[in-house]
Ligand binder design. Structure first.
Ligand code: FES
Ligand SMILES: [Fe+2]
Length: 364
């Protein structure tokens, strides 16, 4: 008999050296959520964010193209923009070098007095960007494969579950700080073995656990289930007649830190994570989206319900796990891998832990 596969060693969750490797060789080489296209509707609209310790910003240029740049002036490294806003040109606050919205240097005080100064050689450093149905993702690795290769089928499937996806705008971002390693939070999100004991509202009023399954699809974890048989058990109103996916729940977790989640009734919501400064700090964001008044009311109701139930329940779990990871008494236990899959199997954890080791181990 082969020994069952054990969960990852605790050091992957507590060692600052491994966290540093992850930032450089995992978070900086994978697709990360930047923001939503509705934040950069007009030429000059921009917003800042940070990935793997790098400050970045997305901006729409005069031709209507979306660009992402490192937020750093090519003169002597001052940051260019803060927060979010609209700019006609990008003017560095230090010595007022001025850039076009497409990144080229336009002018700087007295620069042409310098022999050999070639303005055309100076441009902001751009970052790969993909627009995924209005959701903007970036990758700091210029050689990274496109998202459709990482997450086969996800783009088409998602559109079929959310008929109004291109009309959505964010109505709520619930921000949650967790005192835990980011992988504890992501692994916890990625299995429902803990749902029936810990998430009664979600397990009885949003989904039907007996049909829950999670399967890897490239570097995507695809969660599927149905709504409750008796719609009066659902915690919100859904209309099964509206389209063929209305009774289904589906989610696409895009390794390593983002998930599209569609609740029954075609309600799109998202998870994304940003690492904190330390190995045991993560910030998780729950995004809720809507396209009209009715969908907005449902999104707002669900955002509150989710914050008060599933999210609050998960914070307690993941912070307890982090304390446990620091315990001398912890020896990683076997993963529960039911060959038939289903809600009480940890196949998804096996996949996440393999992907972690694939990125990290060669640099240890
Ligand atoms: S650092 Fe930006 S103009 Fe000098
Ligand atoms: Fe949970």
């Amino acid at each position: 008999m082969t020994e069952p596969l054990k969960s990852l060693d605790a050091r992957y969750y507590v060692d600052p050296a491994i966290f540093a490797i992850e930032k450089q060789h995992l978070l900086a080489t994978t697709w990360q959520f930047a923001g939503h296209e509705s934040q950069v509707k007009n030429p000059g609209d921009y917003f800042t964010f940070s990935i793997a310790g790098e400050n970045l910003f997305c901006i729409r240029d005069r031709e209507g193209n979306l660009n992402c740049f490192y937020n750093v002036c090519q003169h002597r490294a001052h940051e260019l923009v803060e927060g979010e806003g609209n700019a006609r040109l990008l003017i560095c606050p230090y010595h007022t070098w001025t850039y076009e919205l497409s990144g080229e240097l336009r002018m700087g005080p007295n620069v042409l007095s310098t022999p050999g100064f070639d303005r055309s050689k100076i441009c902001l450093t751009s970052v790969r960007l993909e627009n995924f149905h209005g959701f903007l993702f970036v990758n700091l690795d210029n050689d990274a494969k496109p998202m459709d290769e990482w997450f086969p089928g996800a783009r088409e499937e998602l559109a079929s579950y959310v008929p109004n996806i291109l009309d959505l705008t964010p109505v709520e971002y619930v921000e949650v700080f967790e005192k835990t390693n980011w992988k504890v939070s992501v692994e916890n999100y990625s299995e429902c073995y803990h749902c029936s004991r810990n998430h009664p509202t979600f397990a009885n009023g949003v989904i039907k656990p007996s049909t829950y399954d999670i399967q890897p699809q490239g570097y995507c974890l695809r969660h599927t289930t149905e709504c409750q048989d008796d719609l009066s058990d659902m915690t919100y109103e859904i209309d099964l007649e509206s389209n063929d996916k209305a009774g289904k729940y589906s989610s696409w977790f895009l390794w390593p830190m983002f998930s599209f989640q569609v609740y029954p009734g075609n309600v799109l919501n998202t998870y994304h994570w940003r690492v904190g400064d330390a190995v045991d700090e993560v910030i998780m964001y729950r995004g809720w989206y809507a396209f009209d008044e009715k969908s907005e009311a449902i999104a707002r109701q669900l955002a509150v319900q989710d914050r008060d139930t599933t999210v609050a329940e998960d914070i307690r779990l993941v912070e307890s796990i982090q304390r446990g990871m620091n315990s001398r008494g912890y020896k990683p236990g076997p993963l529960v891998l039911d060959p038939n899959g289903g809600v009480n199997s940890e196949h998804s954890i096996k996949a996440l832990q393999e992907w972690t080791k694939e990125a990290v181990d060669q640099h240890l």
